[in-house]
Write a protein that binds this ligand. Structure first.
Ligand SMILES: [Fe+2]
Ligand SMILES: [Fe+2]
Length: 181
């Protein structure tokens, strides 16, 4: 059943979103689930489906649109109600600190893993934006995203340990870019 869900997400997400976001989020989430003794089935499915709303309908309110979409998929594949409820809770709360505060370890893991994946794709954040946005604005946007992730979303000791070096490297690069002007 999980393979079916993986196929659906892979197809809908497209290569980049799959390779550089969804797949790493799942990898990190499962590692954290092992470390913290969380429910791996819930964490694995939630990681796969967490951005399905963004993928299908765009970023706006994608925690909610994604939860609705995930619900349909999970019902179709006959998951039990408890798994469905737990997965949907993770998806609804994955926005992190600005949104709903997570009440379960599985939801907290998803927020951490989601933020961790952003630390791999720093160059994409610079170049993947609207070409009309001035460079200084893009840099500020990257800095905010990375700082917010580090300070507010990486709440677990293990995810900080796994991301620390990348965070330091990114901060160093940002500093050197800012020193240019
Ligand atoms: Fe998301
Ligand atoms: Fe995400």
């Amino acid at each position: 059943m999980i393979k079916k869900i993986e196929e659906i997400v892979k197809k809908q997400a497209g290569e980049s979103d799959w390779n550089y976001h969804i797949a790493p989020v799942r990898k990190y989430a499962l590692r954290l689930a092992t470390k913290y003794g969380a429910n791996k089935q819930v964490v694995g499915i939630a990681a796969l489906l967490h951005d399905i709303g963004r993928i299908k309908y765009g970023p706006k309110n994608h925690e909610e649109t994604g939860a609705e979409e995930a619900k349909k998929i999970l019902i179709k594949y006959k998951y039990n109600q408890k798994i469905i409820d737990d997965v949907l809770y993770c998806i609804r709360s994955h926005k992190g600190a600005d949104g709903v505060q997570p009440k379960t370890i599985e939801a907290e893991i998803l927020i951490n893993a989601d933020a961790m994946a952003h630390f791999n794709v720093l160059p994409l954040f610079f170049y993947d934006r609207d070409a009309n946005v001035p460079f200084a604005e893009r840099i500020a946007w990257v800095e905010k995203k990375i700082t917010n992730g580090w300070k507010r979303k990486l709440t677990l000791k293990e995810s900080r340990k796994m991301t620390q070096e990348k965070y330091q490297a990114i901060k160093l690069i940002l500093k050197s870019i800012k020193d240019l002007v």
